[in-house]
Structure formats: C-alpha cells, structure tokens
Design a protein around this ligand. Structure first.
Ligand code: NDP
Ligand code: DXP
Ligand code: MN
Length: 409
C-alpha cells in the first residue's frame, strides 16, 4: 500500500523533472555555491568537485564549526566572500591567522542560516553533521535555493516539515546521500510506477559479528568502514546499522514511500547504491564505485552530468556481488529506526538526538559500543510523543532527548 503522502511526493519529483525540462535549472554560466560543513568529509570532496569544474561553479560561502586552520586554507584556495563558524571565539581565531579577504564572517546557527539564504547563492550544499542542519536547510528552502542535501539527520528529525516547505516553496532538494541519490536517479520518469525501494547496506565492519562478539568491539574497530571513507559520526552509525535506519526514514520523506515499501538489503561491496522495484516487476539499480564525489557532483550539475576523475568500474575484474538480510537481533538500531519512523511525530527526532549523544559519548570512550542502541531505545521509551509536531515541538523533543540520554550515561 502506498503511503498517504505518496501523491505529494510524486508531485514533488514530477515538479523537479518538469523544471529540468523547462530549463529552470542551471541556466547560469557559473553557479554560486555555499557549503555548510566545508571542513568535513563531504565538504572537502565537494570542494574537490568544484575545483575540477571551476568554469561552472564558484564558492560563495563556507561554513565550519571550529576547524579554523583548515577553513583558513580553504579560504586561501577558494576565496569565498562569506564564512561562518560556530562562535565568535572561533571567528577571532580565524582573524588571528591573517587577512583572508572575506567580506563577512557570521557566527552560530544564525550565521549558517544567513549564508544559506544569501541572495547571490544558487546552490546550498548542507554537509553539516547532525540535527544542527534543520534550521539552515529550512532557510535555504525558504530562500528557494537548490538544496544539495547530504545531512540526513535533518530529514530524520524534521522530514515532514522540511518536505512540506520544499513543496510549498517549489524549492529543489537533490539528495547527496549515495543511496538516495541512486534512488532519485532510478526514479527519473518512473516515480509513478514505484512499488518498492531496495536500500542497500554494506553491513559495516561488524556485518558478520554475533551480538556476543559485538560486546568486545572498540572505537578503532568501529571506525574502520569496509568500503567508504567518511566522517566519524556516520562511520559509527554504519557500524551499528543506525545509518541504514536513518536512511530508511530519509527515503520515506524524500520519496513519500511507506515504511513497508522500504527494504534494507545487505550488499557487502557497496557497488549497487540502491534499487527501485516498479509496478511491473522490473528493477532499476544504480551502480558505481563507492566514491561520494559522484553523488555530490550530480547534486550540483543536475540535470546535467559532467566528467569526473573517479576511477571507472570494470565488471570484468569485479568478481562477485554479495547479498543478504540484515540481522536486526544483532543490530537493534535498524529495528529502532523503523519503529521510530512508523510512530512518526517527534519520535524520529528523539531517536536521532539520543543517537547523536550516544555516538558522541562512545567516541569519547565513555560507553561501550553495545550501549549505543540500548540508550536510544531507553530514551524512546521515556518519550511522551507529540503526534503532529510543529518545528518548535521538534526542536524541543530534540533538546529533551539529548538531556535524557546524557543523564542515562
Ligand atoms: N561522509 C560521507 O561520505 C557521507 C555523509 N553523509 C552525511 O553528510 C553529513 C556530513 O557528514 P560528514 O561529512 O561525514 O561529517 P564530518 O563530521 O566529516 O563533517 C561535518 C562538518 O560539519 C561541520 N559542523 C558540525 N557541527 C557544526 C556546527 N554546530 N556548526 C557549524 N558547522 C558544524 C564540521 O565542522 P568542523 O570541521 O569545524 O567540526 C564539518 O565541516 C552527515 O549528515 C552524514 O550523515 C551522507 C552520506 C555519505
Ligand atoms: C556513502 C554513504 O552514503 C553512506 O551512508 C554509506 O551508505 C554508509 O555505508 P553503510 O551502507 O555501511 O551504512
Ligand atoms: Mn548513505
């Protein structure tokens, strides 16, 4: 059965493809890009893409939290007019590193929102990690920018509000997350025939571990993703399978598909980035090397494509591709995410916020790996859910869950 918001989502995808046909997109010679999270894994790769296509893209603004040294180097190379850092202290430190030629330096979430809605900006890449992305993403949508959205936590916590705002404003959200970029591409011209999404998962470094073995894993082991090189938080999420859980909720919002129509499929090599199953039993898959520069570039160039330096797949030397079912006993985080998604309301925001706190404390070696999903589950149990939350209720639930989770640690 199709989810009730499928019609809207279909309309949203249809509108996106119509805008493509009408030449609404990319009709400028050089697009001005804002990168929120430029010092992170996605941000750095996005700058690489822009450097290769500097005729088509120009960096207008960069934002980071407190990685002042790296941001200084990026400013030197890409000469943005605007920057943002988490606070005035970090901006002062940046200033002490010498004249940068930056026109305006803006602190905090307000700074992120101001960058996201600059009149000269064409594309806003949201590559922040965590629910801190909610307000800047909404600011970009309200300013009718193209939003290249890597930050999945925003859709998990506030997906209904974000997607409704995008539909109302007619703003484009192009997914950057590899699976969602794959699904978006498979759905071109086929959205109305969608039957089911097959969301692929590598299974992470502990794919073949039992629950017992998982008790002994440490931070170094959890940070070794078998296929992708990513920031620390998402790498830990991949190891617990919470990443896949967050992606199930992300897919629900982006494509308006009910939770029973989203299947997680283990695909150990991360060569198939995801698949769609259509009404008539046909499957469309998106394949490629596990390299985020491909989906990042696509979100910038859509509906066009450009050359990329990413090494090509050679199927003749690839060998086998392995499939399997995820083990939700050994990886309870995936089941928790389905549960939170199906509950709806403020529950996904609570799942996400508790997970952010738990992962952070695991990275500080304050808790064991196996406690991450247990903490998330306990905070969800304690939550008095709001069924149809507005933005303030979402933000309040997020803040509440962070405090509860900290208390439990
Ligand atoms: N990495 C990947 O391959 C993929 C990532 N994603 C998603 O993309 C997003 C980014 O991931 P990733 O690049 O790995 O994360 P990283 O941790 O590598 O980078 C996060 C970026 O966000 C900045 N940031 C974090 N908090 C704040 C804040 N409060 N204010 C301003 N800036 C902030 C960081 O700044 P600073 O450096 O100063 O701390 C950094 O630039 C996540 O939502 C992730 O799930 C999705 C698919 C693949
Ligand atoms: C690159 C990307 O999109 C990640 O979200 C990736 O999917 C993580 O790998 P897992 O499949 O192990 O979660
Ligand atoms: Mn992904």
């Amino acid at each position: 059965m199709l989810h009730p918001c499928f019609a809207n989502a279909r309309l949203y995808i249809y509108t996106t493809f119509m805008q493509e046909k009408e030449g609404f997109i990319m009709n400028k010679k050089q697009s001005n890009v804002i990168i929120l999270g430029s010092t992170g894994s996605i941000g750095i790769q996005a700058l690489d893409v822009i450097r290769m296509h500097s005729d088509s893209f120009r960096v207008l603004g960069l934002a980071a939290k407190d990685e002042v040294q790296l941001l200084r180097e990026q400013i030197e190379l890409y000469q943005p007019e605007y920057i943002s850092l988490a606070d005035k202290e970090s901006i002062k430190k940046l200033g002490e590193l010498g004249g940068s030629g930056v026109k305006k330096a803006l602190p905090g979430v307000e700074g992120l929102c101001e960058l996201a809605s600059l009149p000269e900006a064409d594309i806003v890449l949201v590559a922040l990690s965590g629910a801190i992305g909610i307000l800047p993403t909404l600011a970009a949508i309200e300013a009718r920018k193209r939003v290249a959205l890597a930050n999945k936590e925003t859709l998990v916590a506030a997906g209904d509000i974000v997607m409704q705002e995008a539909r109302q404003q007619g703003a484009l959200i192009i997914p950057v997350d590899s699976e969602h970029s794959a699904i978006f591409q498979c759905l071109a011209g086929e959205a109305r025939h969608l039957h089911r999404i097959w969301l692929t998962a590598s299974g992470g470094p502990f794919r073949d571990f039992t629950r017992e073995q998982m008790k002994a894993v440490d931070l170094e082991m959890a940070l070794q993703h078998p296929n992708w090189s990513m920031g620390p938080k998402i790498t830990i999420d991949s190891a617990t399978l919470m990443n896949k859980g967050l992606e199930v909720i992300e897919a629900h919002h982006l494509f308006g598909v009910g939770y029973n129509e989203i299947e997680v499929l283990l695909q150990a090599e991360s060569i198939i980035h995801s698949m769609v199953e259509l009404q008539d039993g046909a499957f469309l898959a998106h394949l490629g090397r596990p390299d985020m520069r491909i989906p990042i570039q696509y979100a910038l160039t859509y509906p066009e494509r450009m050359e990329s330096p990413v090494e090509r797949l050679d199927f003749r030397t690839l060998g086998a591709i392995h499939f399997g079912r995820p083990d939700t006993q050994a990886f309870p985080a995936l089941a928790l995410a389905y549960e939170a998604g199906k509950a709806g309301g403020t529950m996904p925001a609570v799942l996400n916020a508790a997970n952010e706190v738990a992962v952070n404390s695991f990275m500080q070696r304050r808790i064991d790996f196996a406690r991450i999903p247990l903490l998330v589950e306990r905070v969800m149990e304690m939550h008095d859910m709001v069924k149809q939350p507005d933005l303030d209720s979402i933000l309040a639930a997020d803040a509440w869950a962070r405090v509860r989770c900290e208390e439990l640690i």
